[in-house]
Design a protein around this ligand. Structure first.
Ligand code: ATP
Length: 876
């Protein structure tokens, strides 16, 4: 959601899109209306409506042919200038009143539609003539059937913003209307088409540096304008840089796609599809981001213009995501490009592609970079770029399969009562959280997982389409950068929408074959060709930065299928619960086709249930959970027939392993019937030692990965769903799963490494001996505590009746029974004296103190490890 602040440089009119007659009523309450909408001084309300009212013909259109600028057409349309404050929190009237602004573009009949000039991921763009003005326009047609109600509300608001933006380099929406189930957005026709289109037609290996500088400078002017007005574009890419016939470059598609992904109800089916290639790491991480995300995308776009494609464009989305998060930022490799590029160009790109958003320059600042000093006047582009380009209509336009990914945030989430649908079946955390601010520099594992899952759901079969985008998050730029402010002075405050529980619905369908989506949609996973279970339930340690990437990968992997390319994820629901700044919950429900089942059933049912969990911070419950959409509950998932996950490489092994892990911070939340790795968990019984090493083996297999993790965890298994454990597949006996524990090994359904046991996850050395030692110490502690308690009771009674032999005997037997680790020789005597007992107590106390000291020392070490992790994270 883009939220604007009042700005002098932003046009104030509000465009209200209404429809009086369609089912897609834009005029109901719109609770999502941003406060800033209300704050806008609405000097120029423009009501663009599809209405049966007499206003339809009430405007005396100036039918002269006008120039090619939006201003001209708006002027010609006699936009009302009367001041009219319009509160978007109240329903707008579907029928414009006399005081409403003029009805402008409202009817498809007013257009003569020519051929398609472009295909977006969720729209077809037509060349058209607006007949009342004989004005050439581009008509973007979006099928509203693909969106939910509040997505449409969002679309309305974003379209409004697009209409408000008045900058020579920002594509302005002239109007929009609904016809049937289609939303039409009218923009000026830009004869050059998008830069992507231009490159695909004539410059497949990229443009020359001067042209790029000329294009990018204009784009940057547009970005600076948007940022200054509190907007984040979030979809900067060559495909959204449109060129007019005079060489003017306009930034298009602003806000629409991202807004559609930001909000929406559960069950939202589709929104736009995109690729994460342009997405800033912090956006992927959902850590909260600001306008600097656009600067990253801008840098990627620069590479795109220089090479003809974005970095990682050929990779499947998940890999793009992993590469973006774990690798060094992409850069311009000047040696391999067709054109010669200067070091200055590379330097400019590198500034943009700093993983730390705070270190990226603002758009204003970037404009002063030396690279842009070489930018030519726009006429230059006419000569160098537009010459020899066939008209838009005659260019080969690749029709993009209309696969859809919807990533939708809802205001409410209700995993707990959601068992009947495909969302997360279990969740104990329904309470809303207070508003929170999140630093853009604070990645969360959930975010990574979310992005990974989303990316995975996009599916690797879409690689190369280059027209996908995924965006996340409600972001409000509270302090947009001021012109020429330094980077440090313009730290924007990023506010993640408060008290929101978010659900990202990742769904893929095929618009082209809507009647047989299941059969027609193919999404394959190919994380190095690893077969990955889709029947896993993952609860991830969200806030452990070191865990994040892999947990994300694991999450993503869930939504993937076998490497054999068989059909895969059809539909996923991905839910993220933002309980607090760091409290996230994500769920991916994936529904697969029958054909994909064979490739999906590659993990044992209980594999799905392992969990890495850090307990002890009960106020921080983070979970990333993925389960198979075909089964409404985790239990169903767990009982599914399954085989063993196989990892083809260490990295894959790690992913697979994490597939089988639930990562969360709270044991209560990891009640997905699986084992849990927890921190400081309590009341877990011990996992049989034979499974400790496999666990560490598996985890340390990630050591070559960038997402190596160091931490102390507790491995546990909970039994909130005994049916699952009872349904462990027989094959489990054949293939020992790293987290398997034999039911005979413990009478308790819960098993774990006991409190304080150390496990260096992903470190080079696991410390099984140390674990055992710790375990023993803790056992001794517990025993001693009980012993002391009982002794103190006995001593009390001894004081009152010092001759009470029975008490002494009792104490002796207690000591013998429980204090196996201490020297109880003296207790062997049938009548120990009080002195002897006191001496024993002293001994026990000493041992207890020793144990406590050891514990404290371990805790200190734990703390040191934690700091080490923090340091590593900051360094990376
Ligand atoms: N106003 C316009 N004038 C001329 N061509 C346009 C205009 N708007 C869009 N196009 C063409 O239509 C194509 C599709 O546009 P659209 O905005 O739907 O998709 P996109 O932004 O490239 O993709 P996505 O929707 O996935 O982000 C563009 O790449 C461009 O070539």
């Amino acid at each position: 959601m883009l939220t604007t602040q009042k700005s002098e440089s932003l046009d104030a009119p509000v465009v209200t899109i209404t429809t009086a007659t369609t089912a897609l009523d834009f005029n109901n309450n719109n609770n999502n209306t941003s406060s800033s909408d209300k704050q806008q001084p609405l000097d120029h309300p423009i009501l663009i409506t599809r209405s049966s009212s007499s206003f339809h013909h009430s405007i005396s259109h100036n039918k002269r042919s006008i120039g090619s600028t939006a201003d001209n057409i708006l002027h010609s349309l006699k936009i009302s200038t009367n001041v009219q404050h319009q509160d978007h929190s109240t329903p707008a009237s579907p029928i414009p009143s006399a005081s409403d602004a003029q009805v402008v573009i409202q009817n498809i009949d007013d257009f003569v539609i020519k051929g398609p000039i472009g295909y977006g991921s969720s729209a077809v763009v037509y060349s058209a003539v607006y007949t009342p003005l004989n004005y050439r326009v581009a008509l973007k047609m979006i099928d509203l059937d693909m969106f939910e109600r509040n997505q449409i509300d969002e679309l309305r608001r974003e379209t409004t913003l697009m209409a408000l933006s008045k900058h020579p380099n920002v594509l302005r929406v002239l109007g929009s209307f609904v016809e049937g189930s289609k939303l039409y957005i009218v923009t000026p026709y830009l004869a050059g088409g998008s830069c992507l289109d231009i490159m695909k037609t004539n410059f497949r290996e990229g443009l020359d540096e001067l042209s790029i500088a000329t294009i990018l400078k204009q784009a940057l002017e547009a970005l600076a304008y948007l940022h200054k007005n509190g907007h984040i574009h979030r979809d900067v890419k060559a495909g959204n840089l449109l060129m007019d016939e005079d060489g003017t470059v306009l930034l298009g598609d602003f806000g629409v796609s991202s807004s559609l992904m930001d909000t929406g109800e559960r069950g939202v089916r589709k929104t736009f599809v995109g690729t994460p290639c342009w997405m800033a790491p912090e956006v992927m991480e959902q850590a909260g981001y600001d306008y600097k995300a656009d600067i990253w995308s801008f840098g990627i776009t620069a590479i795109e213009l220089a090479t003809g494609h974005a970095p990682f464009a050929k990779l499947p989305p998940l890999k793009v995501l992993m590469m973006t998060l774990s690798s060094d930022p992409p850069t311009l490799v000047r040696e391999t490009t067709k054109h010669k590029y200067t070091r200055v160009f590379k330097d400019m790109i590198d500034l943009c592609l700093n993983k730390d958003p705070a270190k990226r320059p603002t758009a204003e600042k970037l404009l002063q970079h030396q690279f842009f000093k070489q930018a030519k006047r726009r006429e230059y582009l006419v000569k160098t770029v537009l010459t020899d380009l066939p008209p838009l209509e005659q260019r080969p336009h690749k029709k993009i399969p209309q696969r859809q990914i919807s990533i939708t945030k809802t205001d409410e989430w209700d995993f707990q009562d959601d068992d009947t649908d495909e969302t997360s079946p279990d969740d104990a955390t329904k309470e809303k959280q207070p508003s929170s601010s999140t630093s853009p520099q604070q990645p969360t594992g959930t975010g990574v997982a979310a992005a990974a899952a989303a990316a995975a759901a996009v599916g690797s079969n879409q690689q190369g389409s280059g027209r996908r985008h995924i965006s996340f998050g409600d972001v409000v730029v509270k302090n947009p950068p001021q012109p020429y402010a330094t980077a440090s002075s313009v730290q924007a405050e990023v506010v993640v929408a408060p008290t929101k529980k978010s659900r990202f619905v990742v769904e893929e369908t095929s618009r082209e074959q809507p009647t047989d989506v299941t059969a027609s949609t193919t999404t394959t996973s190919s994380l190095g060709g690893i077969p990955i279970s889709r029947q896993a339930s993952i609860v991830s340690e969200c806030s452990s930065p070191m865990l994040a990437p892999t947990s994300g990968a694991a999450a993503a992997a869930i939504a993937m299928t076998d490497s054999d390319g068989s059909e895969g994820v059809k539909k996923g629901r991905f839910s993220v619960n933002k309980q607090a700044a760091e409290n996230n919950q994500a769920t991916v429900d994936s529904t697969t086709t029958t054909s994909s089942d064979k490739s999906i059933t590659k993990s044992s049912s209980h594999d799905n249930m392992a969990a890495i969990d850090r307990a002890g911070s009960t106020d921080r419950k983070s979970r990333f959970e993925i389960h198979h959409g075909d089964q409404p509950t985790a239990a169903a998932t767990a009982t599914a027939t399954s085989t063993t996950s196989s990892a083809a490489s260490p990295q894959l092994s790690a992913v697979t392993a994490l597939n089988n892990l639930s990562l969360s911070r709270d044991n209560s939340l990891s009640s997905t019937n699986g084992h849990a790795l927890t921190r400081d968990g309590s009341s877990h019984s011990r996992l049989p030692a034979r499974y400790q090493q496999p666990l560490s083996d598996t985890i340390t297999s990630t050591k070559d990965d960038h997402s190596r993790k160091v931490g102390r965890f507790e491995l546990s298994s909970e039994s909130s769903r005994p049916s699952i454990s009872s349904n462990h597949s027989n094959h489990d006996k054949d293939v020992l799963h790293p987290y398997e524990y034999s039911s005979s090994s413990s009478t308790s359904p819960s098993s774990s490494l006991s409190r304080g046991q150390l496990l260096r996850v992903g470190s080079d050395q696991v410390m099984p001996t140390f674990q055992t030692h710790m375990e023993e110490l803790l056992k001794v502690n517990e025993t001693q505590r009980n012993l002391l308690r009982e002794l103190s009771g006995i001593l009390k009674s001894t004081t009152t009746s010092s001759s009470s032999t029975s008490s002494l005997l009792s104490s002796s037997s207690i000591l013998k029974k429980s204090a196996s680790t201490i020297d109880t020789t003296q207790l062997e005597r049938s009548n120990p004296s009080v002195d002897e007992l006191l001496s024993t107590v002293d001994t026990l106390e000493n041992q207890l103190q020793t144990s406590i000291r050891e514990n404290q020392s371990l805790q200190r070490e734990n703390e040191a490890l934690r700091r080490e992790i923090e340091n590593l994270r900051h360094k990376s």
